[in-house]
Design a protein. Structure first.
Ligand code: SF4
Length: 90
């Protein structure tokens, strides 16, 4: 299980991440977000085999705006969504 977090203060919309991992999308503010269940978020937890994709997106980001880390369990709601970017609920 791992968590992807996007630092929206650092992101400048270069979108090198999108071609590495299609869960990254451009939102209405022109910045990167993570698409989860037809919603977008700046932080999301996954329990799948796509961590390598996320790691490649993080490595490709020129501004180090993407962080991927292991988590023990889903803590539930996430913090600080962008104004039009929804939180991911469990
Ligand atoms: S590559 Fe980094 S800076 Fe560019 S859109 Fe993705 S998260 Fe933002």
């Amino acid at each position: 299980m791992y968590r992807i977090t996007i630092d929206r203060d650092a992101c400048d919309g270069v979108f090198a991440c999108l071609v590495r991992d299609d869960r990254f999308v451009e939102d209405s503010e022109g910045l990167a977000a993570i698409e989860v269940d037809d919603r977008t978020a700046i932080e999301a937890i996954f329990d799948d085999d796509r961590r390598d994709d996320a790691e490649q997106a993080a490595a490709a980001c020129p501004l180090d705006a993407i962080h991927v880390e292991s988590v023990e369990e889903d803590p539930g709601a996430v913090d600080a969504p962008a104004s039009d970017t929804e939180e991911v609920q469990p």
